[in-house]
Design a protein around this ligand. Structure first.
Ligand SMILES: NC(=O)c1ccc[n+]([C@@H]2O[C@H](COP(=O)([O-])OP(=O)(O)OC[C@H]3O[C@@H](n4cnc5c(N)ncnc54)[C@H](O)[C@@H]3O)[C@@H](O)[C@H]2O)c1
Ligand SMILES: [Zn+2]
Length: 359
């Protein structure tokens, strides 16, 4: 089975990617976590689909789990939702060695991870991601947290998991729009780090939407390897880890101004398109490379035009993003396909033109 080893700060952990690994989770977790108990955190959509399989497998491995279920969705990713979860886990005699297992997408992973980082001042954390985005992005790297009224992910910590189990079979029930959102992050990874990977996506990416399990397995492994490498080089996002934000400065602002009618994946797709526009103007990207990026996004039905939002409102929202440093908007731009650079002095006029090109 594909196994990617992640080395981040002083933590080292494996990401196992294998069809059916969910039903073998108990034995694997038993061999890694020294505990007869576990706390599963899941959400109201994933729980009914997959919690029973995990519970059964844990019991077979000699681990008795307790289950805590969050209401599904980003709207519930806040501290008040977590309070009853802390209380219920604490009333179950949680110990310092009891692992918290996140079974769900990135929302569950971030929230369960924040619980694991803070309950009893930190307990072992295991990620069992169930969306493509969570498998290739959110479950690796140790960023955990919740949203605040002032913005997304503003309350959080770094807490690396001790294990990540990704089962491509669970993607069969994922809504197609969510799968596309994950593919936007996969496209992003290859643009910033892997020209050959990008060429492979151009040939094969539709196999992901068709639910081709061997292809999905290989795609997840490829993307986890890229994310692992970036995280290992810069675990606390002081430098090159920021490359993972390609398309996200534009994307977050677009999501926000659309009042979240535009999903994260769609926002990132618009954002990558706009970043490619800026990069071409600055001589970082050839015209045909920009065209290839746009064509690949469009191939999986991710949006690159038809935005229909006010450019000035987006520009204004970008200025208040938490990635702004000393009033300058920081951009990650593709440098050819396969590399990225950070730029913090892009002229506002060029940013506006890039946004207008999305209309
Ligand atoms: N920590 C990080 O490094 C990091 C990185 C990227 C994103 N994130 C966070 O991840 C979150 C987005 O994650 P997401 O896109 O996975 O969203 P999500 O967790 O909200 O999942 C999307 C939807 O799909 C459902 N779902 C999940 N798995 C399913 C399955 N197998 N079958 C059917 N339905 C399923 C969920 O219940 C939810 O309704 C955001 O909050 C974002 O901030 C974190
Ligand atoms: Zn993203």
């Amino acid at each position: 089975m594909p196994t990617i080893s992640v080395q981040a700060a002083d933590a080292r952990y494996d990401v196992l990617i294998e069809p059916g690994v969910l039903t073998r989770a108990g034995g694997i977790i038993q061999s890694i976590a020294n505990s007869r108990k576990a706390a599963i955190v899941t959400d109201s959509i994933v729980g009914p689909l997959y919690a029973q399989a995990l519970v059964q497998s844990l019991r077979q491995g000699g681990i008795e789990p307790v289950l805590a279920t969050l209401l599904a969705g980003e709207a519930h990713k806040n501290l008040s939702t977590l309070l009853p979860i802390y209380n219920s886990l604490l009333s179950e005699q949680m110990e310092r060695s009891t692992p918290v297992l996140a079974l769900g997408g990135g929302v569950v992973g971030d929230m369960a991870g924040f619980v694991a980082a803070t309950i009893l001042r930190g307990v072992p954390f295991i990620q069992i991601p169930t969306t493509l985005l969570a498998m290739v992005d959110a479950s690796v790297g140790g960023k955990v947290g919740v949203d605040a009224p002032a913005g997304k992910n503003l309350i959080g910590a770094f807490h690396q998991p001790i294990l990540v189990l990704a089962d491509p079979l669970v993607l069969a029930t994922l809504p197609p729009g969510e799968l596309r959102g994950g593919l936007a992050e996969c496209i992003k990874h290859d643009i910033i780090r892997d020209a050959a990977g990008f060429a492979d996506l151009e040939k094969n990416i539709l196999r992901a939407l068709a639910g081709d399990v061997p292809y999905l397995t290989q795609l997840i492994a490829h993307n986890v390897a890229i994310k692992a490498k970036v995280v290992a080089a810069d675990p606390y996002e002081k430098a090159e880890r920021a490359h993972l934000n390609l398309g996200h400065t534009f994307g977050h602002a677009i999501e926000l101004v659309s009042q979240f009618r535009i999903s994260h994946g769609q926002g990132v797709s618009f954002g990558i398109t706009a970043a490619a526009f800026v990069a071409e103007r600055l001589g970082l990207l050839a015209a045909d490379e920009r065209q290839r990026i746009k064509a690949l996004l469009e191939k999986v039905n991710l949006p690159t035009r038809g935005l229909g939002l006010d450019s000035d409102a987006i520009l204004q929202a970008m200025r208040t993003d938490k990635k702004v440093r000393n009033g300058k908007i920081r951009f990650i731009l593709p440098k050819g396909i396969g590399h990225a650079v950070m730029h913090d002095d892009v002229q506002a006029e060029l940013v506006r033109e890039a946004l207008q090109s999305l209309a």
